[in-house]
Design a protein around this ligand. Sequence first.
Ligand SMILES: [Zn+2]
Length: 407
Amino acid sequence: MAGPWEMVIGLEVHVQLLTKTKLFCPCSTAFGAPPNANTCPVCLALPGALPVLNRGAVRLAARAAYALGCTVHEESVFARKNYFYPDLPKGYQISQFDRPLATGGFLALEDGPGARGVRIHRVHMEEDAGKSIHDRYPGHSAIDLNRSGTPLIEIVSEPDLRSAADAGVYLRRLKQILEYTEVSDANMEEGSLRVDANVSVRAAGADALGTKTEIKNMNSFSGVERALEVEFARQVALVERGERVVQQTMLWDAGSGTVRPARSKEESHDYRYFPEPDLPPLRLTSAVLAEWREAVGAQRAEPFQQRERALERSGLRSLEPRKFREVALAPGKQLERGAGEIDAANLGIVLRRERTLFALVPQPQAHPRCGAARAAGTLVRGSARDALEHEAVEADGRIEAHDACEA
Ligand SMILES: [Zn+2]
């Protein structure tokens, strides 16, 4: 075969939902806790422990799906994805397989009517695994199960992307949508957004897809773009020599700028999916879905630049949680409007980012959120309280009574 060659890319993006607790147990999802501190019989997979679905996670997952123009199904089914790995204590991951939460969306790469874009194949929910740590103890591996059971969605695109640059545009727009709808903080450094890419080559203009490889281990958008270019060049060289592309998993090494085949144990398995017997099918009423869809309808129509400006104004990106603590919660210091870079309107966003805030508020009262509301009382009473109430609903996915909470 002769060139020119066309690159065909599909992306699978794992996104951590911005819940306060895990997908099937009440353990905290806060980042940075001591190893194995945020665990319980459910996420440690002790015998007899049963999962209970976090409704708040479902709501965020559906919100993301609607923001991507998907159809969210009234019934979806959790399934066991079986594989053995040291950081997966159950021996399976609860995911969704043939009955995912949502299907059939679209992400525009440009603004305006008729803009080109990428079809979204599906959005499904699943739990995260734990983490193996190989560099802590010489000759040994350690396991941290704090992430075990953390709620994720996987967003799977159709193979509609044709260049590394477009893959970068897709990821930046996707990240923005997730931030703007407050589905996720989409923080790649903390592992809240992870990208796997399926890549193949074919003669330009051909219909049939070539054999694909999957690239993993990319931890920045620019890394994704570089990895795609490198893998594309590798595949083109193979094909031009008359060799075949082998379907396999490749790992990106950002340091050397190369891809290498994953070791066999890191490759894909026969997952032997079957419906999760410990969870009933996930059923959502059409009324609830209509309400959730409506809530993101207007946001979805807003142009990219407009959302960018709103995000910048909101402080969601610029206001670091640690800075918030330093400025706002220093000993003896009350929150004040205009003190530092804190704006009352941003409090809800900051609270959702800084999930340990409630533990840090001096002398919390009976209800921790009331304590925080009092601490924030000198800010702007109404907005602080509203933000806290919003936080309570969004973080836990439960509506709580706030009548007793007087700021
Ligand atoms: Zn747990």
